[in-house]
Design a protein around this ligand. Structure first.
Ligand SMILES: CC(=O)N[C@@H](CCC[C@H](N)C(=O)O)C(=O)O
Length: 372
């Protein structure tokens, strides 16, 4: 697959972003592409909206797994690309169009010319939520081809094309989604004293949550509590009976996650008393930290530096989350960043990763699966 073909595939996939477990067109597209590859050495299984492709090695002693996530985000694209998302309100703003294209490019090379060892290509749904890695890991389909080593990449907008980056230990944080529903007494905008205004309660609570990181987490540790969405009320002259906060928590350890949640719950109890309301908390999807095996990162550094034009850089830990953490909890392996130099970052409506990184990604994934 040459650079033009990679670009065509990436642009096709970019136009059809679908949310977690709704990746029907994406799955169809991927199956058609995989169907055009030589079939002698490969076996294909679908799992929900995902796909597993096993490539039989020439003289296998192990299986090497590569995971690519396939879902998009509920973001309205503003890149101005000619090949902008055709699914209004959804966008590949986290680079999963790149991850899939790189998987297809390297899979094709192995399907044409298998490595000594077996390879398993995992096209995984729902990374952005509610999380596809954990149920996929426990599926019969996966267990039948369970790899001995597993790896994945994520595009890095702040690194130049040709740079890869990783580290031993914690690469990505523990995450938990956070949904808080507030319910109080609404009423006429002119009679606030007869009501318990949930817009006021929600605003107060958002600022209170920030205290947890500032005053309840050890300054030498780290945590994030972000509220990304607030909804509440019905019209400008009615005091709101309901409000909803939607956000995410990030911590460097599972223990810190427990502590942050306990503090949120205590603050919510205080809010219920102070604002005469109910505050219901739902933690949604939780992802386990991405913890890299040190020996594997070293081996990756050596393999990647032998790929033409590739430089390895030590990565700092990041507060991003990845359900790939669940795979690494059970199977040794690693994750790495792949430089795509974009002015706008991940989850931004103007994310424009440099397509030259597609070929770099294919070379690296192939090199890892052939030389592990
Ligand atoms: C790499 C990346 O951006 N991953 C997402 C994972 C989201 C997990 C979940 N929906 C949450 O928001 O907690 C991220 O936002 O880091």
């Amino acid at each position: 697959m040459d650079k033009n073909q990679l670009q065509i595939i990436r642009r096709d996939l970019h136009q059809i972003p679908e949310l977690g477990f709704q990746e029907y067109k994406t799955q169809q597209y991927l199956l058609e592409e995989i169907g055009r590859m030589p079939q002698e050495h490969i076996e294909i299984k679908t799992w929900r909206t995902g796909i597993l492709v096993f490539v039989k090695g020439e003289n296998p002693s192990k299986t090497i797994g590569y995971r690519a996530d396939i879902d998009g985000l509920p973001i309205t694209e503003e890149t101005g690309y000619e090949y902008q998302s055709r699914h209004e309100g959804n966008m590949h703003a986290c680079g999963h169009d790149f991850h899939m294209t790189i998987a297809l490019g390297s899979l094709r090379r192995l399907a044409e010319n298998p490595a000594a060892d077996n390879a398993l290509f995992i096209f995984q749904p729902a990374e952005e939520g509610p999380g596809g890695a954990k149920p996929l890991l426990n599926s019969e389909a996966f267990q039948a081809w369970r790899p001995d080593v597993i790896f994945a990449l994520h595009i890095a907008p702040d690194l130049p094309v040709g740079t890869v980056s990783s580290r031993e230990g914690l690469l990505f944080a523990n995450t938990s989604e956070l949904f808080i529903d507030l319910k109080g007494k609404g009423g006429h905008a002119a009679y606030p004293h007869q009501t318990h205004d949930m817009v006021v309660a929600a605003s107060y609570f958002v600022t209170q949550l920030q205290q947890i990181v500032a005053r309840r987490v050890d300054p030498l540790d780290s945590a994030v509590v972000t509220i990304g969405k607030i909804t509440g009320g019905t019209v400008q002259n009615v005091i709101a009976e309901n409000a909803r906060l939607e956000g995410t928590i990030r911590t460097m350890s599972p223990e810190a996650m427990k502590k942050v949640k306990a503090n949120i719950e205590r603050l919510a109890e205080g809010l219920e008393i102070g604002h005469e309301c109910t505050a219901s908390i739902d933690y949604g999807a939780n992802y386990y930290q991405v913890h890299n095996n040190g020996k594997h990162v070293d081996a990756f550094r050596q393999i990647s530096e032998k790929v033409d034009g590739v430089t390895f850089q030590e990565a700092p830990p990041a507060m991003t989350g990845e359900d790939f953490g669940y795979m690494l909890k059970e199977i040794p392996g690693f994750m790495f960043w792949l430089g795509v130099e974009s002015e706008y970052g991940l989850h931004h409506a103007k994310l424009t990763p440099d397509e030259r990184a597609l070929a770099v990604g294919v070379d690296i994934v192939e090199a890892v699966t052939r030389n592990w």
